[in-house]
Design a protein around this ligand. Structure first.
Ligand code: NAI
Length: 795
C-alpha cells in the first residue's frame, strides 16, 4: 500500500473520553441531588424529583429536585441573609473568592466537561475546548473586576438579590456568564438551571463549598419552568437575568412589569452568515461549520441564515455540501465527533417540524446521503435548506438545530437589508477580503455582535447581547457589569409619585409681575414642522394662580404615529458625525441662552420665578454638557486572548419615546431629550403635562439651530394616553418614562410586544437640578447599545 493509498483509506477509530470521574461524582451523590441552598445540599421541600437523561443514549443519569415555591423562598432568604456579609467584604476578598472559583473550575475541568457532554449531548471536543475554558476565563476576568470595582464604578452599588434563569445549550457557561459578574459586583444569587441540564450547576455548587464561599452567596434551585416562574415573581428578588427563548423572555417581562425588578434578557436569534464574492470561500465554509453546526446548532447566535452573493452561490453550495459530507455524527463522548446529540426529544421533534414546514414552503432540503447515523439516541443530521424565501418560516424562526437556511443577494446593500429583515438582532458573521466592505456592512447590521471573517468568538472582556427582540443588556465586559449595578443615589432615592402642580394651590413664590400675560397657543412639532393636532382639540393651560396662560394641542394616536414616522425617517442623524451632533447641541444651547429670560418669565407663571430661573440656568448648562459628551462617550477596543480585536461601538438605540416629568417642564425635557439625541437617537417626546406650552419655546429654538427635522418631535396631550401608543408602537425601540410610578409600570407592561427597552424613574424622586442625579453616564448608557465588532489580524 502506498502512502497516498494509506492516507486515503485512513478511517477514524473510536476515541472515547473516559467518563469514569463524572460517574464517580454522580455515584458519590447516590445519583440523587438536592437543591443547593444556604451552603449545603438539601432535599426538595415537597419531595419531588425528576430524572435527567443522557440524550445520546437515553439512559437516566441522576434524579434531581423539582423546586417549589417553598424551595425558592428558602433560597431567596438565604441569598438575602448572605448579602450584608458579602457586601461588607473588601473588594480584594471578593476577588479572591472569584479567583478561587476559577482555579477550582480548572482543576475539575475534565469532570465538568464530561458531565456537561453527558447531560447535554454536545461533543466532548466542544465542552472540553470551548465551554469549560471560557467558564474559567469568566471567573478570572471577573475576579479582576471585583478588585477594581470601587475605582472603576464609583457611586454604583449592587442590585441585591439576583434571580438568574439559564437555558440548556451552554449550561455551565451560561452559569458563569451570570454568576461571575453578579458576585463581582457584590450581589448574591439564586440560579435556576434548565431542567434538561442541571448537573454541572450542581457540580459547581460543590465547588462553591470547596472554596468556602460564604453560605447563601450562591444558591442553586433545580426544576422546570414553574420553578423559574416562582423565582421571577418572588417579591424579595431585586433583579432577574434570563437567557432563553423569546417567548419565555416575554412572559418574564410581563411578570416583572408591575414590580421594580431590574431585568436583563438574552433571547433568541436568527443570525445572518454573509459571504461576499471576494471572500476566502474555503475559510468561510470552515467558519460556517462552526457557525451552524457547533453544539448541533443549538446556539442562540448560530449563523443559521446563509446569505451568499449570487455570483459565488453555486460554488459555495457545492463546497458546503462537500464539507457537510465529511461531518461525523455520533457519540458525543467520542473526541473525533463533530455533531453530538440533540438535548431532548421535544427539541428533536421541533427541529423536524420546522424543516418539514420549510420544505412545504418551497425550500429544497439536502442532507449528506451516505452519512452514518447512530442507531439510538436523539440525533439530527446536518441539514441544508436552499431556495429559501426570505419571508418563509425557516428564514424567520429560530430552529435551534443543525439546519442552515441559504439565500442569495446581489449587492452589499441587499445583503444588509436581508440580514436585518428579522425581529432578532443577536449576532452576524461577515466574510470579505475587503476590510472596507466588511466594516461598512458590520456598521449597518442591527446586531449586538458582528464577527468579521470569523464566527462564534466569545470572551469575558467583550459584551455579548442583542438588539431588538434578541433582548437587552449585555453579558461580559464593562457593560455586562452595569446590569448588576445601580447608581447609589437612585437606589436610596425615596419613591414618590411626581405630582402635577395643583392648580388651586397658592404659588410658592411671588409671581413675576413682568411675566407676559399673553394668551399663547402652541402647536405640535413633527418632522421639523409645527403641526395642528389631528383631533383639532386643545386644552387650556393655567398658571399657578389660575391665570390662563395659553392653549396646548391635545395630541392623539394619529399624531404619535406621524411623529414616529418622522423620527424613523430622520435616522440619518445616527450616521452624522459626533462632532456635527455636538455642534448642533451647542447651537441649541446658545439659542436658548438668548431667550433665557423670556422662557423663564413664561415658565415662572407655573413653577414660580425661582424654580423657573433655576430650570433655565441648569437646562442651558445641561445642553452644553451633552454637547460636550456627544463626541466623548465612545466605545473601546478589547484585546481578547485570540488574534482578534473587538471594537466595542456605542450605537444609538434608534427611535425613542420619552415621557417627561410634569413638575420640571424645561429642565426635565432637556435632561432626557439631549442625551438621547447626542448619541444619535431620534425622539418622540411628550412634554410636561403640567406645562406643555414649553413646546413653543423649544421648537422656536430647534428651528433656528440646524437640528434636522424629525430628530426631535413633540406631541403634547394626556401623557398616559400618548405613552400607551408609544409603548405599543413596533417602530419605537425604547421608552424612557420619567413621569412617576404609574407611568413607569405602564411603560413596562404595555411594551411587551416587541420587548422595548424601558428606562424609567421607577417612581423614585429624581433631583433634576443635581448634576449627579440629572445627567451623565447613566443616561448615556441607556441611550446607547454596544455592538462588538470582532476583527481578526495576522497573516
Ligand atoms: P425556555 O426559554 O423555555 O427555557 C429557558 C429557561 O427558562 C429554562 O431554565 C426554563 O426552565 C425556564 N423557564 C421556562 N418557562 C419559564 C417561565 N415561565 N418563567 C421562568 N422561567 C421559565 O427554552 P426551551 O423550552 O428549553 O427551548 C425552546 C426554544 O427556545 C428552543 O427551541 C430555542 O428555539 C429557544 N431557546 C433559545 C435559547 C437562547 O439562548 N436563545 C436557549 C434555549 C432555548
Amino acid at each position: 500500500m502506498s502512502v497516498t493509498e494509506k492516507f486515503l483509506s485512513m478511517e477514524y477509530g473510536p476515541a472515547p473520553e473516559d467518563p469514569r470521574e463524572a460517574l464517580v461524582w454522580l455515584d458519590r451523590h447516590s445519583r440523587k441531588l438536592g437543591h443547593f441552598i444556604g451552603g449545603s445540599f438539601r432535599a426538595p421541600a415537597e419531595g419531588v424529583y425528576f430524572d435527567t437523561f443522557d440524550p445520546s443514549t437515553g439512559e437516566p443519569l441522576a434524579a434531581v429536585s423539582q423546586g417549589s415555591s417553598a424551595d425558592i423562598d428558602a433560597a431567596v432568604a438565604a441569598a438575602r441573609g448572605a448579602l450584608p456579609e458579602w457586601q461588607a467584604l473588601s473588594p480584594h476578598a471578593r476577588a479572591r473568592y472569584l479567583y478561587a472559583l476559577a482555579r477550582q473550575v480548572q482543576k475539575h475541568s475534565r469532570r465538568l466537561a464530561v458531565l456537561e457532554t453527558m447531560d447535554n449531548g454536545k461533543p466532548i471536543r466542544e465542552s472540553r475546548d470551548l465551554d469549560i475554558p471560557l467558564v474559567a476565563r469568566h471567573f478570572y476576568h471577573h475576579a479582576g473586576w471585583a478588585q477594581l470595582l470601587p475605582q472603576e464604578f464609583p457611586g454604583y452599588v449592587a442590585c441585591g438579590v439576583v434571580g438568574q434563569i439559564i437555558p440548556w445549550n451552554f449550561p455551565l457557561l451560561m452559569l458563569a456568564w451570570k454568576i461571575a459578574p453578579a458576585l463581582a459586583t457584590g450581589n448574591t444569587v439564586v440560579l435556576k438551571p434548565a431542567e434538561f441540564t442541571p448537573l454541572t450547576a450542581l457540580a459547581f455548587a460543590e465547588i462553591c463549598q470547596e472554596v468556602g464561599l460564604p453560605a447563601g452567596v450562591v444558591n442553586i434551585v433545580t426544576g422546570d419552568g414553574s420553578t423559574g416562574e416562582e423565582l421571577v415573581k418572588h417579591p424579595d428578588v431585586d433583579k432577574i437575568a434570563f437567557t432563553g427563548s423569546t417567548e419565555v423572555g416575554r412572559a418574564i417581562r410581563k411578570a416583572t412589569a408591575q414590580s421594580h425588578k431590574k431585568l436583563s434578557l438574552e433571547l433568541g436569534g436568527k443570525s445572518p452568515f454573509i459571504i461576499f464574492e471576494d471572500a476566502d470561500l474555503d475559510s468561510a465554509v470552515e467558519g460556517l461549520v462552526d457557525g451552524i453546526w457547533l453544539n448541533q446548532g443549538q446556539v442562540c447566535c448560530a449563523g443559521s441564515r446563509l446569505l451568499m452573493q449570487e455570483s459565488v452561490a453555486e460554488t459555495l453550495i457545492g463546497k458546503v455540501r462537500e464539507r457537510m459530507s465529511t461531518l461525523r455524527v455520533g457519540s458525543p463522548l467520542d473526541k473525533a465527533i463533530d455533531i453530538g446529540a440533540i438535548v431532548a426529544r421535544v427539541q428533536l421533534e421541533r427541529i423536524q417540524r420546522l424543516v418539514d414546514q420549510g420544505v412545504a414552503e418551497g425550500a429544497t432540503c439536502w442532507q449528506p446521503p451516505s452519512l452514518a447515523m447512530p442507531s439510538r439516541g436523539l440525533f439530527f443530521p446536518p441539514t441544508l435548506l436552499s431556495n429559501v424565501h426570505p419571508t418563509s418560516t425557516v428564514a424567520q424562526q429560530e430552529i435551534f438545530g443543525p439546519v442552515l437556511a441559504a439565500m442569495t443577494f446581489r449587492t452589499p446593500r441587499e445583503a444588509v437589508e436581508l440580514a436585518n429583515n428579522t425581529v432578532y438582532g443577536l449576532a452576524a458573521s461577515v466574510w470579505s477580503e475587503s476590510i472596507n466592505v466588511a466594516l461598512q456592512v458590520a456598521a449597518q447590521l442591527k446586531a449586538g455582535v458582528v464577527w468579521v471573517n470569523s464566527t462564534n468568538l466569545f470572551d469575558a472582556a467583550c459584551g455579548f447581547g442583542g438588539y431588538k427582540e434578541s433582548g437587552y443588556g449585555r453579558e461580559g465586559g464593562r457593560e455586562g457589569l452595569l446590569e448588576y449595578l445601580e447608581p447609589e443615589w437612585f437606589k436610596r432615592a425615596p419613591r414618590s409619585e411626581a405630582k402635577p402642580i395643583a392648580m388651586d394651590q397658592p404659588p410658592e413664590q411671588e409671581m413675576d409681575s413682568a411675566a407676559p400675560t399673553i394668551d399663547r397657543t402652541v402647536k405640535l412639532y413633527i418632522g421639523g414642522k409645527q403641526a395642528r393636532p389631528d383631533s383639532g382639540y386643545s386644552t387650556e393651560v393655567r398658571g399657578a394662580d389660575g391665570r390662563l396662560l395659553g392653549e396646548a394641542p391635545l395630541g392623539n394616536r394619529k399624531d404619535i404615529r406621524n411623529a414616529v414616522e418622522a423620527a424613523r425617517k430622520a435616522d440619518g442623524w445616527a450616521r452624522t458625525t459626533a462632532h456635527n451632533r455636538a455642534q448642533v447641541l451647542y447651537y441649541i444651547g446658545e439659542n436658548l441662552s438668548q431667550r433665557a429670560e423670556e422662557i423663564a418669565g413664561r415658565l415662572g407663571a407655573v413653577v414660580g420665578r425661582e424654580q423657573a430661573g433655576a430650570e433655565v440656568r441648569a437646562g442651558i448648562e445641561r445642553v452644553f454638557s451633552y454637547a460636550a459628551w456627544a463626541d466623548k462617550y465612545d466605545g473601546a477596543v478589547h484585546n481578547p486572548p485570540f488574534r482578534s480585536i473587538s471594537l466595542a461601538m456605542h450605537e444609538a438605540v434608534g427611535t425613542m419615546g420619552i415621557v417627561c416629568p410634569a413638575d420640571v417642564p424645561f429642565l426635565g425635557f432637556l435632561s432626557l431629550v439631549m442625551p438621547a439625541i447626542a448619541m444619535g437617537n431620534t425622539v418622540v417626546a411628550v412634554p410636561s403635562e403640567t406645562y406643555p406650552l414649553i413646546i413653543g419655546d423649544l421648537y422656536q429654538v430647534f428651528e433656528t439651530s440646524d437640528l434636522p427635522g424629525g430628530v426631535v418631535n413633540m406631541v403634547s396631550g394626556r401623557s398616559a394616553e400618548l405613552m400607551k401608543v408609544l409603548a405599543e408602537h413596533d417602530d419605537v425601540d425604547a421608552i424612557w418614562s420619567f413621569a412617576g410610578e404609574a407611568s413607569s409600570t405602564a411603560a413596562k407592561s404595555l411594551s411587551i410586544g416587541n420587548l422595548k427597552q424601558v428606562f424609567s424613574d421607577e417612581g423614585r424622586k429624581i433631583d433634576w437640578f443635581s448634576s449627579e442625579q440629572g445627567e451623565g453616564r447613566w443616561f448615556l448608557h441607556h441611550a446607547t447599545q454596544v455592538k462588538n465588532i470582532w476583527v481578526p489580524y495576522g497573516e
